[in-house]
Structures are given as C-alpha cells and as structure tokens.
Design a protein around this ligand. Structure first.
Ligand SMILES: [Zn+2]
Length: 141
C-alpha cells in the first residue's frame, strides 16, 4: 500500500510524530527507510491478518522494530511491553490535556493557598498549581 504525503502527515501527526507503541520520536522524512534514524512504518493497530483495515483510524506511526515486534499482537499488548497504556497524543490533544491539567491543578492550588494564607495565598497557590499542572506531560499519565 502506497500512502500519499497527506495521509502520512495525518498518521504521523496523530501521535505528534512518535511511535505509537514505544513513544520514540520518529523522523517524518525517514518513512520506510529502515536503518535511518527515526525510520518508521505505518502500523495497523488491528493487524491486517485479523481483519484490520486501511482506514486512518486503524493506522499509526511506529518505528520499524516495533512494527516487526508487534506482529499480530494488539496495540495494547505491544504498548505494555514498553510500559505504555496508550498512543502518544497528537499536538492538539496534548495542548488540550495540558490546559485541563493546569485548570485542575490551579483550582487545587488556589484552595490550598486560600486555606493556608487567605485570598493572597489563593492567588499564589493558583498560579503555582496552574504552572505545575501545565508542566505535567499528558503522555506520562
Ligand atoms: Zn517504537
């Protein structure tokens, strides 16, 4: 199967250019070029042998070794070999998750700060909480 550049872009961006199994950074221009740094393949999350389709929602970027290693195992199984539960998020989803973390942590920080030091504490606590929340890598959860 030959993919168009637009399809490859879409597949690559789904996981912010990272292998959906081990999370390693991939190099877009080294698609299909085994042996190159960041070389990657298009991987069928549900294997072709098990009826997986060429529909975009079944396709993920994976490094060459992960793609070979996964074989007919499920993505869940292959990710568990690398202590991962899910595919890396797309840039858009990462941004959204970071904002949500910041809002939640900011709220918690404001409550704690408010209890400890009153309104000024709430402002400081909220700021610190939001910053900490924003620094949490959504992929690490
Ligand atoms: Zn990998």
């Amino acid at each position: 199967m030959q993919y168009t550049d637009a399809q490859l872009n879409q597949i690559y961006d789904r996981t912010s250019g990272k292998c959906h199994i081990c999370g390693k950074k991939l190099s877009f221009s080294n698609y299909g070029l085994s042996g190159r740094k960041g070389a990657w393949h298009v991987e069928h999350s549900n294997p072709k042998a098990k009826g997986g389709t060429y529909h975009l929602n079944n396709l993920f970027a994976a490094c060459v070794s992960c793609n070979q290693e996964k074989g007919i195992y499920t993505s869940k199984t292959a990710r568990s070999w690398h202590n991962r539960k899910r595919a890396p998020l797309s840039r858009k989803k990462r941004k959204k998750a970071k904002t949500e973390n910041a809002i939640i942590a900011g709220g918690i920080g404001a409550i704690i700060g408010g209890v400890v030091a009153g309104p000024p504490g709430a402002i400081i606590g909220g700021g610190i909480g939001a910053k900490l929340g924003h620094n949490v890598d959504p992929d690490e959860k």
